[in-house]
Structure formats: structure tokens, C-alpha cells
Design a protein around this ligand. Structure first.
Ligand SMILES: O=c1ccn([C@H]2C[C@H](O)[C@@H](COP(=O)(O)O)O2)c(=O)[nH]1
Length: 312
């Protein structure tokens, strides 16, 4: 069991990597070699410092981070997400990611006694602020036991409002620390921030509980190359929007529009990346070249990583 706490994602990620390198054991689930710790409690005390950015060892695709957050929070399992991360298409069954979190979160048992679990959490905490019943369930045995390619790694989220501050707890059965964690905490802490806004609470600590926290063999060298005392991640702009307009905001971004709030940066990095994928790399680079926000400058850095890969 390891417990790691940090104010920012850069520091949390770096400390978690060194804890797994120090305490991990070798295991090979599905034939793939990993170093694994069983039982990890990772606490992010400032959830708006959510973006891991540790060049040159670890740079995220900021457009994918933004797109995945919009994809999940809007309740989608639509294939447009593969534009931002082709690798996801490998885990589909008949073109669909059957483990997608969005539909489970926003429309559990779609078409039957459908539940929007986000709205449920919001209503539960508004009605009983001390509640222990504000949870989102993602793993669904009825769907996940029969065996398809994509089995959810996140089992669920819970929310606790204490002393005016909203804490969020996520439970993962399986967490790839190098690849998955950085994107998973990005989306989870956005949900955390939004929920705090919707119930009129302060944003409290974010807790990430992973049963198997692991590094794949191919990422060990990069993990060892991380500096021990990284720069803290910058805090992103506040993202709170009224609940009543949230779905329309998500639809606007998916449709290619740019909302005026801090969500505009999500739309901009997504648009730039679509241009990049369309082959107009100079235009795509130009669209984020002067960006100073966390996402725009992050995507600029990601393009530099991609350029380096092509040059090699
Ligand atoms: O949100 C996710 C989804 C997947 N994974 C990683 C964890 C595992 O390395 C792999 C799934 O493999 P199994 O645990 O299903 O074998 O994907 C994550 O880290 N986060």
C-alpha cells in the first residue's frame, strides 16, 4: 500500500512513479510485463492543477485530454474520439467502445429506467449535504462479465461534502500510471470542479484509489528519467458553468463552436488538432502558437514532441 499526496498533478505523478519504482513487484497480466503496487491512495490537494506536463519525459496530448473530458462528460461513446487518439479504436467491439464511461455516467440503462448519475449526485447533495450516497457507478457486471475488449478500469466515483468543501474519491481496479493516470485525473478533477460549482461548495481534495497501480516495462526508463522535484502544474482557469446549460455547452464544443468561457480553450485545442490530423500542420501549430493557457501551450508542446518523432 502506498499513500502519496501533492498539490499538483506534476508532483503527484512524479512521486507516484518513484513509489511504484521503489515498491513495485513484477507481474504480467495478459502477457504484458509491469511493475505493480497493489493499493495506492493518491491525493491531489489542488484539483485545478490537474495537467501533467513534464517535458521531455512526459508531455500529454492536450487536445486528447480536452476531447476525452468533453466526450465522457457529455455522455458519449461516439467514434469521433478516435480522431484524437487512434489507439482507442483497438479496444472496440464492432466499432464501439463498450466500456465507455460517458453513457454509463449520464444514461445508465439507457431507454429503460435511465439514470443520469451526475444529476443524481447533484440532487442528492443539494437535498442532504452530509449524504454518503452521492456516487457514480461505472462498472456494470451485467455488461462487463460476458467479455468484450474494453472493461472499465474506473469502478466509480463518490462525493462527500464536509465543512463546505467537496471531496471526490475515485476507485480504479487497474491504473496504468504512465499513460492512463494523467488523462484519468484530468477528466475526474473536471467533474469534481463542476460538481462543487453545481452544489455551491468549495473545491476540496481529490482522492484517487487504485488497486493495481502499475508501470509497463516500456515506460520504466522514462519514469526513471523524471526529475525528483518537478515544477508544480499550473492551475487551470475555473470551469464552473450552470448545470442547466452544461449539456448545451458540451454540444456546442462537439459541434465545433467556441464558447466564451474557459471552455473556449477546450474547443480551440480540439479544433487545432483536427486541422493537424487533416494534414495542415503549420496551420494547426499556428492556431496554438501564441496560446498561454494550460491547454493551448500544452498542445504546442505536444506538436513539438510529434515533430521530433517524425524527424527521428
Ligand atoms: O481509464 C483507464 C482505462 C485503462 N487503463 C489501463 C489500465 C491497464 O493497464 C489497462 C487495462 O488492462 P486490464 O486491467 O483490463 O487488463 O488499461 C487506465 O489506466 N485507465
Amino acid at each position: 500500500m502506498i499513500c502519496v499526496e501533492a498539490a499538483s498533478a506534476n508532483e503527484l505523478f512524479t512521486r507516484a512513479c518513484s513509489a511504484v519504482l521503489e515498491h513495485g513487484r513484477a507481474v504480467k497480466p495478459r502477457g504484458m510485463a509491469t511493475t505493480e503496487v497493489i493499493g495506492a491512495h493518491l491525493t491531489l490537494t489542488q484539483p485545478r492543477r490537474r495537467m501533467v506536463h513534464l517535458p521531455p519525459a512526459r508531455v500529454l496530448n492536450a487536445a486528447f485530454a480536452a476531447a476525452e473530458a468533453v466526450w465522457i462528460l457529455s455522455g458519449s461513446d461516439a467514434p469521433w474520439i478516435y480522431t484524437y487518439n487512434q489507439r482507442m479504436a483497438q479496444y472496440t467491439d464492432a466499432g464501439v467502445l463498450l466500456g465507455a464511461y460517458g453513457p454509463r455516467m449520464r444514461a445508465w440503462r439507457k431507454g429503460l429506467d435511465e439514470v443520469d448519475q451526475i444529476d443524481h449526485v447533484r440532487r442528492t447533495l443539494l437535498a442532504d449535504p452530509d449524504s454518503r450516497r452521492a456516487l457514480v457507478q461505472l462498472y456494470n457486471p451485467a455488461r462487463d462479465i460476458p467479455g468484450h475488449s474494453d472493461v472499465p478500469c474506473t469502478l466509480g466515483y463518490r462525493f462527500y461534502l464536509r465543512d463546505g468543501r467537496l471531496e471526490m474519491h475515485t476507485t480504479m481496479r487497474s491504473q496504468d500510471l504512465w499513460l492512463g493516470f494523467c488523462y484519468d485525473i484530468f477528466t475526474a478533477t473536471i467533474l469534481h470542479e463542476l460538481m462543487a460549482h453545481w452544489i455551491g461548495a468549495e473545491l476540496g481534495e481529490y482522492h484517487h484509489h487504485a488497486d493495481s497501480l502499475h508501470l509497463y516495462q516500456q515506460n520504466i526508463a522514462d519514469a526513471l528519467a523524471l526529475l525528483s522535484a518537478p515544477q508544480p502544474s499550473r492551475a487551470m482557469e475555473p470551469l464552473g458553468v450552470p448545470w442547466e446549460t452544461f449539456d448545451a455547452l458540451m454540444e456546442q464544443i462537439v459541434a465545433g463552436g467556441t464558447p466564451p468561457s474557459a471552455w473556449g480553450a477546450f474547443a480551440e485545442v480540439m479544433r487545432s488538432y483536427r486541422v493537424w490530423k487533416g494534414g495542415d500542420r503549420a496551420d494547426a501549430r499556428q492556431m496554438v502558437a501564441s496560446a498561454t493557457d494550460v491547454l493551448g501551450s500544452g498542445l504546442s508542446n505536444w506538436y513539438a514532441v510529434l515533430d521530433g518523432r517524425t524527424a527521428r
